[in-house]
Design a protein around this ligand. Structure first.
Ligand code: 7TS
Length: 408
């Protein structure tokens, strides 16, 4: 029996999309790790922006521009407070986690030397692998992989041995999108700092589920994407400690990121504008702030507890299906379950579930090295949010059972 302090029925009413049908069946949305759904409170903020104060920011003397600027900067402050960053200028708006990681990887090009080492975990999303490989190609640095065990937990003992005076950077996700593992990032950051390496933590999958205090983590860089946190697509953040952001060169040149431009030389604006060239996703940034307000009105601590109950229930129910194997059985997990049924391709299970109105993701989840580790082409991934119910878990289990009967 799931007991929760959350009023799930009331929460579900906030999400208009949850009322719709797909293929003639009530939608059961279990692809939250790919993107979360949007509550009416956030949709209203988006509509309000375009209906009432759409204007470019930081530019005009006119009132609309000032209003848009104030709301955009207020959103930055909300995000700062939510993650407990020391200063709002340490929050850089980006188009998402991918953009944030590329910004940092690009900035390190001139800071690394041939033979320097950068460490990446074995369970990364491609967006936390490829930019660093590109950085290594540019700089001559060497990419090394922190191994994991069969449960999908990082080998922290081996990680500690890999840290040497050559290590300049460590990057790791806070939570794995393919396995759901919550990594011991605080311990990893402290160990890296002991030998003078900087750390970037990809928080894309942690931010929707776990309350994170950036100052307590003492992390150098952290990333998040609004669309996984009940906000819109196309906006996210890079958090960086002020001294690091001052050290890194700008990523893109253009309007807004400069102090003075002549044909001989340009000088750059201070933080955060140095990294925010061009017209940003103004509405998206403001709506990101509204999404943070919404998550906090529900309460991330209650969300975490409820999603954990859903995870435990769904794990137990799914394991009762013959031939079903779960990939990612770490002790610390968020509500992500990656699984396969012996002898069935994950895509076929996903297609049958879709006919039943159940949305899951199938494939390698942009984490091919994780699939290679388990010697599988991909998995079926069900990822739960706080607006999912025990009944929806039951629908998933019934759907998977049906798929098994049809396909085995
Ligand atoms: N890092 C992790 C851990 C992710 O899960 C994702 C997106 C990204 C980075 C990239 O985020 P973006 O907002 O810049 O695209 N993960 C997924 C997923 O698991 N299914 O679809 C997108």
């Amino acid at each position: 029996m799931i007991q929760t302090a959350l009023d799930i029925e009331a929460i579900r009413k906030d999400f208009p999309i949850l009322k719709r049908e797909v293929n003639g069946k009530p939608l059961v949305y279990l692809d939250n790790a790919a993107t979360s759904q949007t509550p009416q409170q956030v949709i209203d903020v988006i509509v309000d922006y375009y209906q009432n104060y759409n204007a470019n920011i930081h530019r005009g003397v006119h009132s609309l521009s000032q209003e848009a600027t104030d709301k955009y900067e207020l959103a930055r402050q909300k995000i700062q407070r939510h993650f407990n960053a020391a200063k709002s200028k340490e929050i850089i708006f980006t188009s998402g986690t991918t953009h944030a990681i590329n910004l940092v990887a690009n900035g390190f090009t001139s800071l690394l030397e041939k033979g320097d080492e950068v460490l990446v975990s074995a369970m990364e999303h491609h967006s936390n692998i490829v930019p660093w490989q590109m950085l290594c190609e540019r700089s001559g640095a060497v990419l090394k992989v922190i191994p994991m065990n069969n449960e999908g937990e990082l080998r922290i003992d081996l990680y500690r041995e890999m840290l040497t005076s050559k290590t300049k950077l460590v990057f790791c996700n806070h939570v794995s999108n393919a396995l759901g593992t919550i990594n011991p990032v605080k311990e990893m950051i402290a160990a890296a700092h002991n030998i003078g390496a900087a750390v970037l933590i990809d928080g894309a999958q942690a931010a929707p589920h776990i309350k994170t205090d950036l100052q307590e983590l003492d992390v150098d860089f952290y990333t998040a994407s609004a669309h996984k946190m009940c906000g819109p697509t196309g906006v996210g953040i890079l958090y960086g400690k002020e001294e690091w952001l001052n050290t890194l060169p700008p990523y893109q040149g253009g309007g807004e990121m400069i102090e003075e431009v002549t044909f001989e030389k340009s000088t750059y604006a201070g933080l955060p504008h140095k990294f925010e060239a061009g017209t940003p996703n103004i509405c998206g940034g403001i709506a990101f702030g509204a999404a943070i307000d919404y998550l906090n009105s529900v309460g991330l601590d209650l969300i975490e507890k409820y999603e954990h109950e859903l995870l435990e229930y769904a794990t137990e129910q799914l394991l009762s299906i013959e031939g079903l194997k779960i990939y990612g059985t770490a002790k610390q997990k968020t509500s992500v379950i990656s699984f396969n049924i012996q002898g069935i391709h994950p895509y076929d299970i996903g297609a049958i579930l879709d006919k039943l109105g159940i949305a899951v993701r199938t494939g390698h989840h942009c984490a091919q090295p994780v699939m290679d580790f388990f010697s599988i082409p991909g998995t079926v991934r069900a990822s739960f949010s706080f607006y999912n119910t025990k009944d929806e878990v039951d629908s998933l289990v019934a759907g998977v059972n049906k798929a098994r009967q049809m396909l085995v």
